[in-house]
Design a protein around this ligand. Structure first.
Ligand SMILES: [Zn+2]
Length: 256
């Protein structure tokens, strides 16, 4: 596997996965300061944009990356389910031999995935109620599978003002959770988050969203409903003591 990756420049990072149909998917990422998403996470963003739910089948394959970071591991666990995570160091790769499987670049699919992120202006009112309203709006927008829950997330600036809101896009893309959409959209449009930003969500963040929130320096996450599934247990936010359930007063709209 590693021998097929030799054509990539050493200074960039890469991730690769061999699909069931024999196509080698390779993503090369140039290092970008302040962008927390590594090549494995980006590869999965592109894979899910290309293949939707079929991506789950391919995601069981081993994924190779030259950059091993906790956020990307969480993306593999959440987006790949049974995906295994292999780390390959760029210095060790060899030239691509004749007869290697056809290679598919993912730049376009990754751009499409990022373009699908649709943050909204959150409006006024207590942020936990705004997050709940966004989740309800997503439910109204169309049928979803039984496994997918509608989630709303609202980013609040250090002055307590709601600045961005988003819903998850689970119907189209397994990794575009509401928190991923709102946090990555904020980074793409405004650069690094200033200290003191908080995130309000209708559902306790999963392992991936928790890792992202910690990575970008969110001060606190306040959620309405606890996540009882396995991806909600022992997250980076829980371990760091940076999340709590909304109080009864907050949920009643008495306290923002
Ligand atoms: Zn999540």
């Amino acid at each position: 596997m590693l021998g097929w990756l030799g054509a990539l420049p050493r200074r960039s990072h890469f991730a690769a996965m061999l699909r069931d149909d024999g196509v080698l998917m390779v993503h090369q990422q140039d290092p970008a300061p302040q962008w927390p998403v590594g090549p494995a996470f980006e590869l999965l963003l592109g894979l899910h944009a290309l293949a939707g739910y079929q991506a789950r089948r391919w995601s069981r394959r081993r994924l190779w990356t030259s950059l091993d970071r906790p956020l990307d591991r969480a993306a593999v666990q959440v987006g790949g389910r049974r995906g295994r995570f292999g780390v390959a160091l760029g210095d060790r790769v060899r030239p691509i031999p004749a007869g290697a499987p056809p290679m598919l670049g993912l730049e376009g699919a990754i751009a499409a995935a990022l373009g699908r992120m649709a943050p909204v202006a959150p409006g006024g009112g207590p942020p936990i109620l705004l997050a709940r309203e966004l989740a309800a709006r997503a439910r109204r927008d169309g049928p979803r599978s039984d496994q997918d829950r509608s989630v709303g997330a609202v980013l609040v600036d250090p002055f307590g003002r709601p600045v961005l809101g988003a819903t998850n896009q689970a119907r189209e893309h397994r990794l575009l959770h509401a928190e991923v959409v709102v946090l990555l959209s904020a980074l793409r449009s405004g650069g690094p988050l200033a200290p003191g930003h908080r995130l309000f969500t209708s559902l306790q963040p999963c392992r991936l969203c928790a890792a992202l929130a910690v990575e970008v320096g969110v001060q606190e996450v306040v959620y309405e409903e606890p996540e009882r599934g396995r991806f909600g247990q022992g997250t980076a936010l829980a371990l760091a003591g940076l999340e709590r359930q909304a109080t009864a007063a907050e949920r009643a709209g008495l306290d923002g």
